[in-house]
Design a protein around this ligand. Structure first.
Ligand SMILES: Cc1cc2nc3c(=O)[nH]c(=O)nc-3n(C[C@H](O)[C@H](O)[C@H](O)COP(=O)(O)OP(=O)(O)OC[C@H]3O[C@@H](n4cnc5c(N)ncnc54)[C@H](O)[C@@H]3O)c2cc1C
Length: 315
């Protein structure tokens, strides 16, 4: 029996989706190891977060009330204290900017192996992790020796946790060492308040749109559907939409209910960011475009003909 500690993550007063996904990964791991699943929440509105996390089928929630969000020293000392306090030997951390800031330090401090950016794993007397390389062109597996490790999990790869709320919630006060870093604030890259990762319906536009002026067409479709506008990288590289709208390997990972790809070819780096969408609809003139390999519904046609028809249908 060997317990697992998942570290949740929050931003701007909300638990992030990847927290619930990490709990699913942690639950799988804890069950395979015949151990308990502990979840840590550090800083912010810990009382409210802990109540929420307690409803996700976990065994214990540890609420560290002191310490600042984004300060990796705070997270490192909180995780260290909780590993000692709970006896957990495996740590699951979101593969986010924040998670990647402290996961290596936790691993180093405890002498644990670190495997980052997991998209899957199997546990059978030991951990075998699946990762992707070369822009998702190659899948690799990594065997971890021993029961103690730190694993960071990619967002959108596990279903969000759904459980029951019978865990204990334990407030924890951690004596954080003096930090060499100071958090001065939070600024969204690319400006704007839109987080495409939160959208239920995304209308995503690619190079098939040809000109910046034509973006209005897809904006009208997004309006008609009550959807949020996102894009492939060339649209962002051209400066037509801000960076926070980019889906993909070097953009955001999104898992909406519906993802409508307009004039997007389906390059691996794009697909890496949206393949977890529930329903994928693609509009493309090229019947052999790779996006059709993962689309649930495909329309082979010119977007300048198809999109106005869709707007008429939904407006
Ligand atoms: C390290 C690295 C990281 C990357 N990260 C990302 C990332 O995060 N996100 C990302 O998106 N890309 C990323 N890329 C770029 C990626 O490889 C592709 O170049 C990019 O996704 C292509 O965007 P696109 O599909 O819009 O354009 P294209 O590949 O040019 O596809 C345009 C599509 O539009 C179709 N089309 C053209 N005209 C019409 C029309 N009138 N009606 C309908 N369809 C039409 C074409 O048939 C074509 O399939 C990355 C690349 C690298 C090397």
């Amino acid at each position: 029996m060997s317990d697992v500690l998942v570290v949740s993550e929050h931003r701007r007063g909300e638990l992030r989706d990847v927290s619930y996904e990490a709990i699913t990964a942690g639950r799988e791991l804890a069950d395979a190891r015949d151990g308990d699943l502990h979840v840590a929440v550090v800083g912010g509105d810990v009382g409210r977060f802990a109540e929420d996390l307690n409803r996700q089928g976990v065994d214990a929630v540890h609420a560290v009330s002191n310490g600042e969000e984004f300060d990796h020293n705070v997270y490192q000392s909180a995780v260290g204290a909780l590993l000692e306090g709970t006896g957990a030997e495996a740590v699951v951390i979101p593969n986010s900017v924040n998670g990647l800031d402290y996961a290596p330090a936790v691993a180093e401090a405890h002498g644990y192996p670190l495997v980052t950016d997991a998209i899957g794993f199997e546990y059978d007397d030991g951990l075998t992790v699946t990762r992707e390389m070369y822009g998702s062109k190659v899948e690799t597996t990594v065997d971890v020796t021993g029961d103690q490790f730190v694993l960071t999990v990619r967002g959108g790869e596990w279903a969000p946790a759904e459980g029951v709320g019978d865990a204990t919630v334990e407030p924890v006060e951690v004596d954080h060492p003096e930090s060499g870093a100071r958090v001065t604030g939070f600024e969204e890259v690319g400006g704007g308040d839109v987080d495409i990762a939160d959208a239920d319906v995304l209308v995503s536009v690619g190079r098939g749109i040809e000109e910046e002026e034509n973006l209005e067409l897809v904006e009208d479709l997004a309006d008609a559907l009550g959807a949020t506008l996102s894009a492939s990288r060339p649209i962002v590289d051209n400066g037509w939409l801000p960076k926070n709208r980019q889906v993909g390997q070097s953009g955001k990972v999104v898992t909406p209910d519906v993802y409508i790809a307009i004039g997007i070819s389906g390059a691996v780096q794009h697909v890496a960011g949206m393949k977890g969408s529930d329903t994928i609809v693609a509009v493309n003139t090229d019947p052999n475009a790779p996006i059709f390999d993962i689309a649930d519904y495909g329309i082979v046609g010119d977007l300048f003909d198809v999109v106005p028809e869709l707007i008429d249908e939904f407006a």
